[in-house]
Design a protein around this ligand. Sequence first.
Ligand code: COA
Length: 378
Amino acid sequence: MTAFITGTGKTKFGVLSESLSQLLQKAVDECLENAGRTINDVDAVYLANFLGGPQESQLHLNALFSSIYGFEKPALRVEAACASGAVALNQGIAALQKFDRVLVVGVEKLSGTDSKTASSSIAMAGGRILDQQNGIIFPAAYALLAQQHFLRYGSSIDDLTLISLKNHANANLNPKAHFYSKNVTREMIEQSPLVSTPLRLFDCSPISDGAAAVLLEKDAGRARARVSASQLRTDTISLIERNDLTSFKAVRQAAAAAYAEAGITPADVDLAEVHDCFTIAELVAYEDLGFASAGEGKQLVRSHATELNGALPVNTDGGLKADGHPIGATGVAQAVELTLQLSREAGKRQVDGAKTGLCHNVGGIGGTAAIQVLEAVE
Ligand code: COA
């Protein structure tokens, strides 16, 4: 595969005043400027978005893109729930077979409605009959995962608290993070409201707005990172259709294929961006990605290995938990963070000497899994 990332752009994530169009434009303008390109240099656009319809009454976003930029070449909206961003990346990378330069942008505007409406919209990523009509909205689904994981493997709420603390600490070093200026303590986490047993407020990703963009090029000339693997797998839409509630099969399959494609093993990964929509999802990701064996993810947490100065830093930007989760933008933002890290532009949260990064973006309750491996370029 020949795919290089030559430019990145990202808005601040959070509850923002800007519209969906304004967020999109901000991330794209920053990305093109960063790459030293203009929109005329772009051959095709893959635009990730999940809830433009229910939240903003705006779909047909490829045409919206054309209205903003006067773009008349191929443009496509990509939707795969919370994995929309990484699936757009996967499709954009594949499109380099045909095009020289492909822009991938993810955008979401989730604030502006009340939490109940936003939760109902997000629940559309689960099965309508088996999940939504039985009350399995997202915090409840991931709470089931946590309960099963605790029971089977002896992991605990303390492990999840450490993950939340880590990701909030990382976000304090990231001015674009949703919770950049929120200093979070163990007491705050432990005393926060229960959302769905055992998950509390600080185990959940927030409702965020934001956009992120990367420019992909076939030519290495302006490369800031190289994509060495991009894999996509799918599974059933509902948890109820699964045999195992402590692991995501689609992630394990995508990871195995990505390691084979990149010619590496999990031990070669220097840092990772993982899909911590709820803290338990980060713990499960450690195991599904092969950073730890089944049930042993808790040892990575307890040994502080995934903290910024640990052997395998995870979610250096704060992750979905604290950088935020503007759904369509999330998978693209993960690639932005890895590119910044691999090109040594990550400022106060820079990981020294990182050469190989992995990003992992999950749709729904593991129904879609997209994994990219990025390498530093000399
Ligand atoms: N973590 C930490 N603090 C949070 C937070 C979170 N996830 N979500 C909201 N807050 C804070 C707000 O900043 C606000 O703080 P302030 O009073 O100091 O300003 C306070 O909590 C209340 O915010 P509000 O927006 O009213 O929260 P809420 O109770 O309506 O919503 C959740 C909280 C957890 C229910 C909501 O964030 C949620 O549904 N998250 C999950 C989203 C999701 O499912 N995404 C898809 C995953 S696959």
